[in-house]
Design a protein. Structure first.
Length: 148
């Protein structure tokens, strides 16, 4: 494969010259191309490993956090908001469990969740709190076992 790049932007040319230093242009281009390909490969892997959570049903997307919280205080197990939050929590938990199982029983070091509706934020908060409690319980059990 052969390609030619014409750089007309003097700032971009200065940046390239600074990065290249005393390296031959051909060597610099090969290294820069390899670095770019590696970065693109990492981005593809990150997208492939991205956890995709189910969205809230349309009829619940307009509720604000206060409305969701108030509905959760209602102990009626047939309350539609309770059912929807439960569905979301179950989905989040199952997907995180599957991800952990596929990755040596490890959750991601960090997790960026793009909740598009307040009900999704509430459901993920419930999920995160449950995970934290479970991890704390495991850690306490491990410390007790190590101390015996």
């Amino acid at each position: 494969m052969k390609f030619t790049i014409e750089i007309k932007d003097p700032k971009q040319q200065a940046r390239i010259d600074r990065l290249r230093g005393k390296m031959e242009p051909r060597d610099f281009i090969l290294r820069a191309l390899e670095a770019g390909i590696n970065l693109a490969e990492q981005n593809v892997k990150a997208r492939e490993n991205m956890i995709k959570f189910s969205p809230a049903k349309q009829e619940f997307k307009t509720l604000d956090v206060a409305q969701v919280t108030e509905a959760l205080k209602d102990n009626d197990p047939k309350h539609p908001v309770r059912i929807e939050v439960s569905r979301l929590v179950k989905d989040y938990t199952e997907k995180l469990r599957a991800h952990a199982k596929a990755n040596g029983n490890r959750l991601p070091n960090s997790l960026k969740v793009q909740a598009h509706a307040p009900i999704e934020r509430v459901a993920f908060q419930i999920t995160a709190e449950a995970i934290n409690k479970a991890v704390d319980k495991i850690n306490k059990s491990s410390k007790k076992a190590a101390g015996k």
